[in-house]
Design a protein. Sequence first.
Length: 168
Amino acid sequence: MLSRPRALLFSGILYADVDYQKRALEALTSGFGPLRHVSKEIVWHSDHYAAELGSPIMRQFVFFRDIIWQDDLRDIKNLTRSMEKDLAVDGRRKVNLDPGILAPARVVLATTKDYAHRIYLGEGIFADTTLLFRDGGFRPAEFAYSDYTQDSVLNLFSSMREELLREL
C-alpha cells in the first residue's frame, strides 16, 4: 500500500498595503488553520506587481501549524486564488498569495504559470520545485525566484524543516 507523504504548508504573501496583508492573514487562517510561524517582512526587489499591488512591495512567509498531505497543493492553490479575488479592488489584486509545501527533501510552490521545469497538477495548476535539501541545507533550484535564494529565506526554510522532521 502506498503512503501519502505529508508536508508543512506555507504561503508567501506579497503586498504593499498592510491592511490587505492583515486581511490576507485572516483569510489564510480561516482557510488553513492557525499559524506556527510568521516571518519578518522583506522588501521584494521587483516592480513586476507594482501596477496591481502598489509599492513598495513587501514579502512575508507564513507557515501553518497543521501538517498536510502533499497532494492537496492543487486545491490549496485554487483556494488562495479565490482569496486573492475576494480581496481585489476593481479587479486588481491587493495581495499575491503563493502557497507551497515544505517537505523534508524539497520546497514546492504552486503556480498557474507553465514552464519547462514545472509539473502539471491539473485544473490549471503547476508544481515548481524551488528549493532542494542537499548537504545539510536548502539550495535554490535552477529557476528559483530570487527572493528564495537569499540566505535569510534559506535559513528560515531550514528551520521550519527541522520543526517538520520532529513532527513526522
